[in-house]
Design a protein around this ligand. Structure first.
Ligand SMILES: [Fe+2]
Length: 163
């Protein structure tokens, strides 16, 4: 079982040391970068730097729990639920749970493989968020707007710091 206190302590440590790692985060002109700040068997902590216009497809996080928090800028998030059962017509239809603009201090928790989201930086400034995945995952699903899993992607790091 994951010790919640361990996760909180690690995140607090990483936030305190933010001035050390934030300036080293890899940068791109488009898209976003994923930098690992900590990893153990039970969970990992990543910093995601989102550049203006960056957007993910609708995706899951494998079988991992996912918690996010915005540290700088703002992110547009759409949350979806993938139903377990087909509807009366025999189709699995992705349900839009909600859309939000998340500002500094705000975030989400996605607790099941059926909790999906898409994330975008629609502003003209960079955004930074911190993410916890428990346990770590290497593959995740990408979905189209109707809920069809269209691809399996490999989770990659643009940098590994593991402070
Ligand atoms: Fe995600």
């Amino acid at each position: 079982m994951i010790a919640e206190l361990d996760i909180k302590r690690i995140i607090a440590d990483r936030l305190v040391s933010r001035s050390d790692w934030e300036r080293m985060l890899p940068r791109k002109k488009i898209g976003y970068t994923r930098s690992r700040l900590y990893a153990c068997d039970a969970f990992e902590v990543l910093a995601l730097m989102w550049f203006p216009g960056a957007a993910t497809p609708i995706h899951d996080h494998g079988d991992s729990y996912c918690a996010t928090q915005v540290l700088a800028g703002e992110l547009h998030v759409a949350r979806y639920l993938l139903p377990e059962a087909a509807n009366d017509e025999g189709n699995i239809v992705l349900q839009l749970v909600g859309r939000s603009v998340q500002h500094v201090g705000e975030g989400d928790a996605l607790e099941s493989v059926r909790d999906l989201h898409s994330v975008a930086n629609q502003s003209t400034s960079e955004a930074l968020s911190i993410h916890v995945y428990a346990p770590r995952y290497t593959e995740f699903g990408i979905y189209d707007a109707s809920g069809v899993r269209v691809a399996t992607a490999t989770a990659r790091y643009d940098a590994v710091f593991d402070f």
